[in-house]
Design a protein around this ligand. Structure first.
Ligand code: OSB
Ligand code: MG
Length: 384
């Protein structure tokens, strides 16, 4: 089923909601530490149904220039007023209505997710079916933040491997890299391991990054600046470890440039970072054609965003285990009636019910809610 053939859709009203879920342990990267997942949820109402979307943006603009607060502003003033009360033939046609808004990709992706959830419920199709996914279960890895000691890292890895996770991703930064990889390899010689630098290095670090080649890592994710595809290409020519891009690719045009320059060999696709599931699918298709394996990244999503990630990861080009971990890796209590759990074989299920295919537990949602706002089709100028 092509998304373009989904029914006409008109959103009658919209609500923004901010939820706060404490993380089971602090998550530290080269750009900062997170202790909670503060997620902006978009609720779209149409014909007695409600579609849900989760915005990937976080509290601080360390990973991306977007935050959940910039997303609220873009949604309430520009993106939602572009679609409210206006019928369109498909989700793709609704997305064209906000095409004039530059940037704010995570805000757009949240609305697109809610529209796809609505359309799926109306048509009786799961997101996986709408997208053309082919897998029922997703091989999953886990992303481990920078720990206070090497020992703490090694025991975290041991714990996750014991649960069945198929791949270990370790956050790294200059000075917390070679020793880290060496210690991990000494203890786990055959485990699929990768590093994620979140842009912490420059090309001047190339000799240091080349030392990592001896550890046979699956890949190193986003070693250099978020906007520097040229330096990534230069670095890839100097190291054997495959480079996986994350922050650098926000569009098909970015991907075309990366493929042309040889800025890496693998792509992490995050639907928030590229503006939605439909743009993600297009990027996936190009990677498949170019021979770049892809995997599904994560932004510490609640069960809502996780359901969308799993549907996306069911596409055929997602051949590497992604950051699609179980709810209990992030939260004591997720928003869902039935949180996602990891099977012993290290996989998570792709939801098969209509739309996102997950049930939010209303009491859990209430408990987690810190802000709520109705969005009208026209925005009053008060206090502009
Ligand atoms: O760079 O992939 C990243 C989390 C927040 C922001 C950026 C990143 C991450 C992760 C966690 O690595 C992935 C997850 O388990 O959701
Ligand atoms: Mg990353």
């Amino acid at each position: 089923m092509k998304v373009d053939q989904l029914l006409p859709l008109s959103v009658e009203r919209a609500r923004l909601r901010v939820v706060s879920l404490p993380l089971v342990s602090p998550f530290t990267t080269s750009f900062g530490t997170q202790v909670e997942r503060r997620a902006l949820l978009v609720e779209l109402y149409s014909q007695g149904l409600v579609g849900l979307g989760e915005c990937a943006a976080g509290i601080d603009p360390g990973y991306s220039s977007e935050t959940y607060r910039t997303a609220i502003e873009a949604l309430r003033r520009h993106i939602l007023p572009s679609i409210l009360g206006r019928e369109a033939a498909s989700v793709a046609a609704q997305a064209e209505r906000w095409g004039w808004v530059r940037g704010h990709l995570m805000a757009k992706a949240a609305v697109e997710m809610a529209l796809l959830d609505l359309a799926g419920q109306m048509a009786g199709l799961s997101l996986k079916e709408i997208l053309g996914g082919v897998k029922e279960r997703i091989p999953s890895g886990v992303s481990i933040g920078i720990q206070t000691s090497l020992d703490a890292t090694l025991s975290a890895i041991e714990g996750y491997l014991g649960q069945g996770y198929q791949r270990i991703k370790l956050k790294c930064k200059p000075g917390y890299d070679i020793q880290l990889a060496g210690a991990v390899r000494a203890r786990f010689p055959d485990t699929p391991v990768m590093l994620d630098a979140n842009s912490a290095y420059t090309l001047a670090d190339a000799p240091r990054l080349r030392e990592l080649d001896q550890f046979h890592l699956m890949m190193i994710e986003q070693p250099l600046a978020h906007d520097d595809l040229i330096d990534h290409a230069e670095l890839q020519s100097q190291i054997e470890t495959p480079i996986c891009l994350d922050e650098s690719v926000e569009s098909l045009a970015d991907l075309r440039a990366a493929l042309h320059l040889g800025s890496g060999r693998i792509l992490n696709i995050k639907l928030g970072r590229v503006g939605g599931m439909l743009p993600s699918r297009a990027i996936h298709d190009s990677c498949l054609a170019a021979g770049w394996p892809v995997w599904c990244g994560g932004m510490l999503e609640t069960g809502i965003g996780r359901a969308a990630n799993l549907a996306l990861a069911s596409l055929p080009g997602f051949t590497l285990p992604g950051d699609t971990s179980a709810s209990d890796r992030y939260f004591q209590e997720d928003l869902l009636a039935e949180p996602f759990t990891l099977a012993g074989d290290g996989t998570l299920p792709v939801p098969s019910g209509p739309g996102l295919g997950v049930q939010v537990d209303p009491r859990r949602l209430d408990r987690a809610t810190v802000l709520m706002e109705e969005v009208a089709a026209t925005v009053p100028m008060a206090g502009a």
